[in-house]
Design a protein around this ligand. Sequence first.
Ligand SMILES: Cc1cc2nc3c(=O)[nH]c(=O)nc-3n(C[C@H](O)[C@H](O)[C@H](O)COP(=O)(O)O)c2cc1C
Length: 428
Amino acid sequence: MPDTTVSTTTSSPPPAGAHRPASLAEDALTPEKLALKRRFPTALELRKRARRRLPNFAFEYIDGGAGADTGIDRNWAALDAVEMVPRYGKVISPPPTDIELFGQPYSAPVGIAPIGGPGTGFPGAETYLARAAQAARIPYSLGVVSAITIEQAVELAPDVTWLQLYRFARNEHKIGLDLVRRAEAAGVKALMLTCDTPMRTTRPRETKSGIMNPFRLTNRLRLDALSSPPWLFSMLRNGIPRFVNLRTYMDGNPSLEEAAKFMRREGGGAFTWEEIARYRDHWKGPLVLKGVLHPADAERAVALGLDGIVVSNHGGRQIDALPASIDALPAIAGTVSGKATVILDSGVRSGIDVARAVALGADAAFAGKAFLWSLGALGGRGPAHMIDLFKDEIAASLGQLGCHTVAELRSVKVRHPGAYQPDDFTGD
Ligand SMILES: Cc1cc2nc3c(=O)[nH]c(=O)nc-3n(C[C@H](O)[C@H](O)[C@H](O)COP(=O)(O)O)c2cc1C
């Protein structure tokens, strides 16, 4: 396989006084932060603790993939296989990590991917994630199936809230288009349409743990919850996770079972191209298609006027035969870069993974499971710690590779053995 060299963006060292990564600044390293960094220096350490502390069903919900988890393993292995060649003698202090996405400033090229029902993993998840993202100024994507409303999310994270939508097609998209209206009124920064869930699929670990489809709160789940004081305590503090964001479209105060029934009746399937065009007409802000793995789909989205693409295999949760998203990234970025913002997710566990994604053509990389592990391991303190780890590692990767800015990552020499080549897609 040939090496992949990404286009060169030249830039000079940052001006004096440019923003330094907060957590690398000595005064920002409080004793508590230092202790967390020592005990949990990586996302995988957080994962280990989350597994011990959460009820079994909660951990299996956030951590399990489709099939035998091979899609998850492939994402991780593909990212690990990407090598970047450093250039020395250039950088002497941690470089700034700031970027812009859709004209908005963010402190690093990393964001929180949309998670549906994250409160199953850890009650109150949305609030903790939104607060941490706002404090650190990184994108927070609210999943439409959430226990806080769009309006509450924007109140918690006014500068960084994005909204993800699934398809609610009944009655001429009455609910879907009302969600768009609410997003605009609230000041959501970007709207993401998820296109990679055309079918309901099963995740064996989740099923085995007792989470059923259709959902039922069984005694087994209740007993399991009792085994985890941190999860229970968070539920007492934040309430039973419910689909509050969609409550206005349901009657009364529906139970989890009733809400699941509502979702089956009103939602389902993935957006068609005609529907995507319709949402483009209704939503004037940045519109992003999430779940793209084929350059022709990315091109089609751009032709319809979309502003961004998330190259993603849904974190290996849909079917486990999909390409690792990092392996599809260069061909997609090569097709649409300059015309659309490109974001990568699926498998991102570290700032080095984020650097790999940017070096291969992404403008930013988002993570899902890493943030959920952080909640499972550390409760409400987790997301801020995970963001600190990401930001420190991004700054360290930039400096180590000889980059003064995030943009300079594009000139790093990369070897990417698993990359799909543009030719792999011809003839479709
Ligand atoms: C528990 C869980 C729930 C998810 N729910 C949604 C969702 O409601 N909508 C969506 O577009 N993606 C959803 N995703 C996928 C994430 O947005 C993202 O694509 C994925 O987590 C990235 O892979 P990673 O977990 O390896 O970082 C979910 C992921 C997880 C782990």
